[in-house]
Design a protein around this ligand. Structure first.
Ligand code: SF4
Length: 341
């Protein structure tokens, strides 16, 4: 079995290992598989079984991550490995996320190969996505370091459930992050995912403090995460932390995995929630619906169309420095241009 020694763990006095990568701080006995399916204690050390196990690889539009204010219209080379540190009842990718890395390939796909694939396929970025990249941390970090040397940007699409030290070590190599924060309620978060909300909020603040491009996703699940008051509390929290200009993606729920009994979120309800968030937040976009016009970006000062999106294509008209070509207002301070014009 080819593996890599994990980062961020310590030993207990009774020969167990405590993983310090995410806030679960799992305690693992010899040969015990971690609940995230990616780590195991072998001969007194913790190993990252997910290293080199990119079983999902594809070239995706960056809008699919979703990122709407970062390299609009470009393609991103996307990878993921089995496993996840949360166990969301609504998971749309449970075949990948709720499996483990025991069935490992003999040959790993190296970080060098991934960077080469991204270059060969003319992708200006690599996205760590599909499952939760925290659980393939060592693989992501090495690939991201190599990618930066080659002038390729790195995108983490994450639940944000990661310890501060691990996140801090990764941040210098990240260019954009989408955090799926799910719901602004610790009790519902726990019921839905098995984790707790506070570490996710801390991660959001750390990413913002590091001035890395950030977007946030929330899924509107009828009767669980579609409460107007919770949404208002979240918007107030964003305002308190000066983040009203962070793009928010509010996605329509469809029945999936263990929530197959819940009906889809009505489109009208999704638009109602988007209207509430838009009262304070500058950029709120619908997800899992067609609604092309609502996916456009207009200047909030003069109304000029800055990025237009159809189902098939994205047309950016915004200036390279993230300003409006008509009135000059800086709309996206972290904008990094695009090759699509
Ligand atoms: S990364 Fe996995 S093993 Fe480590 S604490 Fe989180 S769930 Fe547990």
């Amino acid at each position: 079995m080819k593996t890599k020694e994990a980062e961020f763990y310590h030993k207990s006095s009774d020969a167990k290992i405590i993983c310090d990568l995410c806030p679960h701080h799992c305690v693992l006995k010899e040969k015990q598989m971690s609940p995230c399916g990616s780590r195991m204690q072998i001969d007194g050390k913790l190993y990252a079984l997910s290293y080199g196990q990119a079983i999902a690889q594809a070239i995706d539009p960056i809008e699919k991550k979703p990122l709407y204010h970062f390299l609009p219209g470009e393609s991103t080379y996307s990878i993921g490995t089995p496993g996840c540190n949360l166990h969301c009842r609504n998971c749309q990718n449970s075949n990948l996320s709720q499996s483990d890395n025991l069935e490992m390939r003999n040959e790993i796909i190296s970080p060098e190969q991934i960077v080469r694939q991204a270059k060969t396929n003319h992708c200006s970025s690599i996205s760590y996505t599909y499952s939760e990249p925290t659980i393939f941390y060592e693989y992501m970090l090495e690939t991201a370091q190599l990618a930066h040397k080659e002038g390729i940007k790195n995108i983490m699409v994450s639940n944000g459930y990661i310890c501060k030290d691990a996140l801090q070590k990764l941040l210098p190599y990240l260019d954009a992050v989408n955090i799926d924060m799910k719901v602004f309620s610790d009790s519902i978060y726990k019921e839905l995912t098995g984790g707790s909300l506070k570490p996710v909020l801390s991660s959001i603040l750390e990413i913002k403090k590091a001035n890395i491009h950030l977007e946030i996703t929330m899924l509107c699940i009828p009767g669980m995460t579609d409460d107007e008051n919770l949404l208002m509390e979240f918007v107030k929290w964003m305002e308190t932390h000066n983040m009203l200009n962070v793009p928010l993606h509010m996605s329509r729920f469809f029945p999936s995995y263990k929530l197959n009994h819940i009906p889809p979120c009505p489109e009208s309800k999704l638009y109602e929630l988007i209207d509430i968030a838009r009262e304070r937040m500058f950029f709120v976009y619908p997800g899992n619906v067609v609604a092309n016009e609502m996916r456009n970006l207009n200047c909030y000062k003069c109304g000029e169309l800055l990025i237009s999106r159809t189902q098939e294509k994205t047309y950016p008209y915004i200036n390279e420095d993230g300003s409006c070509p008509k009135c000059g207002k800086i709309i996206i301070p972290t904008y990094q241009g695009t090759q699509i014009r």
